[in-house]
Design a protein. Structure first.
Length: 344
């Protein structure tokens, strides 16, 4: 039996303005022919402009190499956005050799690392490392981010953010999950300032983690790529302020596929899914359903109580139109209650 090596992924986290984008671009510019793909978590006009790389002229960096996730905080939308985007990259005829994932400034990295345990991707990818980019001068002043007001505006505008941690806790979560800390803008600090920030950062680290000083995100890609952390198998050593009491590995989940009758309208089905999602322990609902009188199949996605739906393609000739929704929840959730709600 041939064993296919997992594709390594590097998660780059850090506040808005810390230098994540500059660092990612530097890595791409110095990849030396290595086939990289980039997943970018952008919200509105804040963060990583996809065209910044797509039109950069770097050899091997084509528009197809970059996938943008524009729907808000990646740690809160992993099921809707991240996992399908990663599957798209993996399904290419020539998949990338390494994937860089740049999170938004508000993202908590641990939920993203947990997503690598999803059955659809866990055998194909691994978290090679989590890199936390730190704005040295900002930390020296106790602000953590260069522009706290911009982060506050992003939080207010991004309706997908379901965590309300203070900036200090988000900063700590990014460090607590890190396999490497990049202390950026070191050229803007004197020796005493650097020593102070190093001590501050190391005071948050739960284990031995290397701290590298950089200016303008310039760093040898070999320092970032190839850490071999397999972070998805090391979650116990990555504590978090957010959702720690609800931190489950996938042995604590169960999945059931439930038949669903054809919907009178898409809105009718969405209402049934919303009601089912209120069942305690239900995390996600997804699938395809027929809508009466419509030639297209309806795609339904529900995460928490957020439900979205759209028609994706016509039903094929002879294709069974039996509606079926997959429900993912915590072990022991009331499947009968969910089935009853979906039945209407």
């Amino acid at each position: 039996m041939t064993i296919v090596a997992k594709i390594p992924c590097t998660i780059v986290t850090g506040f808005l303005g810390a230098g994540k984008t500059t660092l990612v671009r530097h890595v791409v510019e110095n990849a030396k022919g290595r086939k990289l793909a980039i997943l970018v978590n952008e919200f509105g006009d804040v963060g990583f402009d996809r065209s910044f790389l797509a039109a950069c002229g770097i050899e091997g960096c084509t528009e197809d190499s970059i996938v943008e996730l524009p729907n808000g905080c990646i740690c809160c939308t992993v099921a809707d956005d991240f996992v399908p985007a990663l599957e798209t990259l993996l399904s290419r005829a020539e998949p990338p050799e390494h994937i860089l994932i740049e999170t938004s400034g508000l993202a908590l990295p641990k939920p993203l690392v947990q997503a690598f345990q999803w059955p659809a991707i866990r055998s194909r990818v691994t978290v090679d490392g989590v890199v936390a980019v730190v704005d040295g001068p900002a930390v020296a002043t106790g602000a953590f981010a260069e522009d706290p007001e911009a982060l506050a505006a992003q939080r207010a505008a991004d309706t997908s953010v379901d965590h309300d941690n203070p900036l200090e806790e988000v900063f700590e979560d990014q460090l607590l999950c890190a396999d490497l800390v990049v202390l950026n803008k070191a050229d803007l600090m004197d020796a005493d300032g650097l020593a102070k920030v190093r001590a501050e950062v190391q005071g948050h680290l739960p284990r031995a983690v290397k701290v590298v000083e950089t200016a303008n995100g310039v760093i040898d890609p070999r320092v970032l790529l190839g850490l071999g952390a397999a972070a998805e198998d090391d979650l116990a050593n990555r504590p978090s302020h957010h959702g720690e009491g609800e931190d489950h590995d996938h042995d604590d989940f169960e999945t059931v596929a439930l038949p669903v009758r054809a919907a009178v309208t898409a809105g009718d089905l969405a209402a049934r899914v919303e009601k089912a999602a209120e069942t305690e322990g239900v995390l996600r609902i997804k699938g395809f359903v027929e809508v009466e009188g419509k030639p297209m199949r309806l795609v339904v996605q529900g995460v928490g109580r957020r439900v979205s739906h759209h028609f994706d393609r016509p039903w094929r000739a002879g294709e069974a139109r039996d509606g079926r929704l997959v429900v993912i929840g915590l072990k022991g959730f009331d499947q009968n209650a969910v089935a009853s709600a979906l039945a209407g």
